[in-house]
Design a protein around this ligand. Structure first.
Ligand code: C2E
Ligand code: MG
Ligand code: MG
Ligand code: MG
Length: 278
């Protein structure tokens, strides 16, 4: 325990709290340095057509490779990057890097497909975000039809400005997916008004889809909803062949998960991408 004397009283701090604060300060500083030094890479996870077993796209996922601390998972540093706004320069780097990879694969004769990039609500809140996205695509010579943005439901929460921004992004020709769909608070009737092209079903519903009737019912409902609203649907976290088969039965024909491939560095992922003349 740390005792703080002053003002006549003695405050007691739990060790956990103090440690967390130090870790937090450390990570914040290291995050800033690493953006400068370029200690980030992207990995790509194939999205598959479950029925034909063909690659239909990839999702780019950022990796932080700290020289001393090793690899730190996104769930640990993305929230800090968001709170500190470090996500703004980092997010620009991520989109640019994904575009460079898209251009590289297209130049080398791979079949064109969409690269999905995760984008935080903090980025969308920037007044110049649409211009920034447009500029990066132009500079990297990538057509908007090959880029998809994955946004979580919080980005669609009933903030008119945010939804307006998302619509402007779609007007450019970029596809928009709602990530982790089903975990937020969007009511089903509300979906019709959301400016999105794709629903990405959260992996919590996929995990027990072969044994849990409720999960199956939820997935079935989302698939029906997507069809009614004219949206594409994809399942995340497909880990077994059984899950893939249940998804096909329920009419969800796109999926992504460890059963097909974990996220991989570009040069490993490209073995799964068909070439134009094959
Ligand atoms: P997400 O966008 O929902 O990404 C899916 C996460 O599930 C990824 O974790 C992926 O590696 C993992 N995953 C894929 N297949 C399976 C599977 O079959 N089973 C299980 N259990 N997990 C699977 P990752 O890469 O650690 O990313 C975690 C989250 O961090 C992402 O969730 C996203 O919210 C955020 N994130 C990752 N990269 C970026 C980025 O470039 N920008 C932003 N803003 N956020 C990112
Ligand atoms: Mg995602
Ligand atoms: Mg997700
Ligand atoms: Mg997630």
């Amino acid at each position: 325990f740390v005792k703080e004397h002053g003002g006549g009283g003695v405050k007691m701090y739990e060790p956990g709290t103090a440690t967390k604060t130090l870790e937090r300060i450390l990570l914040e500083n290291e995050l800033r340095k690493s953006v400068q030094m370029g200690h980030f890479t992207l990995e790509y996870q194939p999205k598959m057509n479950l029925y034909h077993g063909e690659l239909s796209g990839v999702e780019a996922l950022v990796r932080w490779n700290h020289p001393d601390l090793g690899r730190i998972p996104p769930d640990k540093f993305i929230p800090i990057a968001e709170e500190t706004k470090i996500i703004l320069p980092l997010g620009e780097w991520i989109l640019r890097e994904a575009c460079k990879q898209a251009y590289n694969w297209q130049q080398r004769g791979y079949k064109p497909f969409r690269i999905a990039v995760n984008m935080s609500a903090v980025q969308l809140d920037e007044p110049t975000i649409v211009e920034t996205i447009q500029r990066i695509l132009t500079e990297e010579k990538v057509s908007p039809e090959f880029i998809e943005l994955e946004l979580t439901e919080t980005s669609f929460a009933d903030r008119v400005e945010m939804r307006h921004t998302i619509q402007r992004i779609r007007d450019i020709g970029i596809q928009v997916a709602i990530d982790d769909f089903g975990t937020g608070y969007s009511t089903f009737s509300y979906i019709k008004e959301l400016p999105a092209d794709i629903l990405k079903i959260d992996m919590s519903f996929i995990r027990d889809i072969d044994v849990n009737e409720n999960s199956r019912a939820i997935v079935k409902a989302i698939v029906t909803l997507a069809a009614t609203a004219g949206l594409e649907v994809i399942a995340e976290g497909v880990e077994t062949e059984k899950q893939a088969n249940v998804l096909i039965e329920l009419g969800c024909l796109e999926g992504q998960g460890y059963f097909y491939s974990k996220p991989l560095p570009a040069e490993e992922c490209e073995f799964m991408i068909p070439k134009i003349d094959e």
